[in-house]
Design a protein around this ligand. Structure first.
Ligand SMILES: *Cc1c(COP(=O)(O)O)cnc(C)c1O
Length: 372
């Protein structure tokens, strides 16, 4: 729905739509903050904010709710609007859920490499999928499609940072601090969160400043993502030729929702290390987590090792971004990994050794690298 048409969305319809979205939130409970025991002795407590327990299985449930409320309250969505998104999967799954809640048609523009399980999920929630060959094409195709259908392009990469109430309203940061309040070390030394849109990191970083917490924010970045170099060089114009192999995080361009100013540290995590850490964390947790959770897990283990070495005590909060069920035929399948050149062997060996010896130092196989 565009300004040019001078149409106004019926307020009665908007009232009802907002009620439905709010009632859905009211029926939902907060996600758990799990304790996560590391091998061996340590003076750093690790916690995992389990975002896989949302009704649509990932942290994108929060984003989808925020994007729909933002669009509804801006008058951008009406009773007949086709809702369109550019998404590598998880966002579209959650948005399809909210579109169905409002009886609106939903189309996800996704890269052809998206896991079949995710495409099925989007369709199961009532959405339709439109494929493009290169991850970089999703934006233009989504915009074109929305214009053609007189629909609305939700545009997660632009609006993620502003659709979420960074000061509170039970955003992920406020929830983490509330859930940490009874712990021995209630103010985290670090929070570790990877970036896809960059929205989660932006919300956490802003909240830390607003509430004047000393907590620092570490954002691990996968291979082929420009976020780390953009943070280091202050260059928002960077591009990478190929897309990230870790679904949900790492981007070939600096997304508008990526806010480098609130990030204290970034670290490059090799894709094979992400997947090895995903497999390792899944064994320790007794259930499968997604590959981006592995990226944060690898960075968290390195961070804890560093804190230990420096004799620091404290707590670190990392995220379970989504569960691993969606990736059974991809990251969890050894032949898929071989096909995609992801050899977890050296990292898995380091983690096995860590498990046996309990020595955190042994997992640090390389210094954090600050360039691609
Ligand atoms: C989107 C996403 C992230 C990163 O969250 P952003 O707030 O978009 O930066 C991490 N993991 C998964 C699985 C995701 O879908």
């Amino acid at each position: 729905m565009t300004m040019r048409e001078q149409t106004r969305v019926d307020r009665t319809w908007v009232d009802e739509a907002v009620r439905r979205v709010e009632a859905d939130a009211n029926r939902s409970s907060d996600t758990h903050l799990l304790t996560f025991d590391l091998p061996g002795r340590h003076d750093v407590d690790v916690y995992l904010k389990d975002e896989s327990s949302h009704p649509t299985g990932s942290l994108k449930h929060r984003l989808a709710r925020s994007l729909f409320l933002y669009a509804l309250c801006n008058g951008w969505i009406g009773p007949t609007t086709t809702v369109v998104e550019a998404s590598s999967g998880s966002t579209a799954v959650s948005e399809a859920y909210f579109a169905r809640l409002l009886n609106l048609p939903f189309i996800a523009v996704v890269p052809a490499t998206t896991s079949p399980a995710k495409l099925e999920l989007i369709e199961w929630h009532g959405g339709r999928c439109q494929m493009v060959n290169h991850p970089g094409q999703v934006y233009d195709e989504a915009r074109r499609l929305a214009a053609e259908l007189d629909g609305h392009y939700l545009d997660q990469f632009t609006y993620a940072e502003r659709a979420t109430d960074w000061r509170g309203n039970n955003n992920i940061a406020e929830s983490i601090f509330a859930q940490m309040s009874g712990e021995a070390r209630p103010v985290p030394t670090w929070i570790v969160a990877s970036a896809g849109t960059g929205g989660t990191a932006a919300t956490i970083g802003r909240y830390l400043r607003y509430r004047r917490h000393p907590t620092r924010l570490l954002v691990p970045d996968p291979e082929n993502s420009v976020f780390l170099d953009a943070w280091r060089l202050g260059d928002r114009g960077l591009r990478s030729a190929s897309g990230s192999r870790i679904e949900g995080i790492g981007r070939p361009r600096v997304e508008p929702s990526f806010v480098p100013e609130v990030i204290d540290e970034m670290v490059r995590v090799p894709d094979a290390a992400s997947v090895a850490a995903m497999l390792w964390a899944s064994r320790r947790l007794g259930r499968r987590v997604g590959p981006s959770t592995g990226t944060s897990m690898w960075a968290t283990l390195q961070l804890v090792a560093e804190l230990q070495r420096d004799g620091e005590r404290g707590s670190v909060v990392s995220l379970i971004c989504d569960g691993g069920e969606r990736y059974a035929s991809t990251y969890y399948d050894p032949s898929w990994r071989a096909e995609h050149g992801i050899d977890v062997t050296p990292y898995a060996a380091a983690l096995d050794e860590y498990e046996r010896s309990g020595s955190l130092a042994s997992v640090v196989t390389e210094k954090p690298s600050y360039s691609s």
